[in-house]
Design a binder for this molecule. Sequence first.
Ligand code: MFK
Length: 194
Amino acid sequence: MSGRTTALAPPDGAEPPVRHPDAPAPGEVIGSHYEHCFGCGGGVPHGLHLEARAGEGVSVTAEFRVKEAHQGAPGLAHGGVLATALDETLGSLGWLLRVIAVTGRLETDYVQPVPVGTVLHLDAAVHAVHGRKIYATATGRIGGPEGPVAVRASAVFIEVKIDHFIENGRPAEIQAALADPDQVKVARAFEVNP
Ligand SMILES: CCCCCCCCCC(=O)SCCNC(=O)CCNC(=O)[C@H](O)C(C)(C)COP(=O)(O)OP(=O)(O)OC[C@H]1O[C@@H](n2cnc3c(N)ncnc32)[C@H](O)[C@@H]1OP(=O)(O)O
């Protein structure tokens, strides 16, 4: 046993999330955090190309169109791809808190199959923060933002420093990212926290 507290319910003493004063305005598109991200990057041909927008409070919305490359069963989205869409949407919540955070735990419920061609309408929100732990949920609906739920997830994200990526990433990609002014701009956006 590691002794980690991996429950998805916030513990006693957890606080409500606080929207950062420099968070993107409600409705503003949250740009990709990394061009080669499978979830949001424009440089990945078969990626999800998920585009998130800031919502009210500490929430986001996003859309993901399921393509042929995302199939698991014939004509249906792969469950792992749908989990990625939920994970990526949840990950973009870091822009509202202005913290860098990675997924620690992600629990996914698959409620309805999602056919190729479907636009999955996603929303996610942070419910509580406890130390470095960020408790959040996400929902994916089909047919529109108010349509029936197809997938949902509960997650714990863990706040990390930029060093997490520098120390753990493959050197070639890290060096390329550090040499890319746009990437450095993304990293700097998270450096100043009140
Ligand atoms: C620039 C923006 C970048 C945004 C990227 C978003 C992309 C989309 C989201 C992703 O897919 S991220 C990629 C998938 N996730 C990972 O690769 C994370 C891999 N895991 C790790 O690197 C480490 O396990 C982790 C950083 C999560 C934690 O290690 P640490 O050594 O920093 O934490 P530590 O073990 O000290 O635990 C700190 C707290 O977090 C809790 N914790 C740690 N791992 C947990 C876990 N897995 N689930 C729940 N809670 C967890 C732990 O219990 C503890 O709680 P307490 O403070 O209450 O004691």
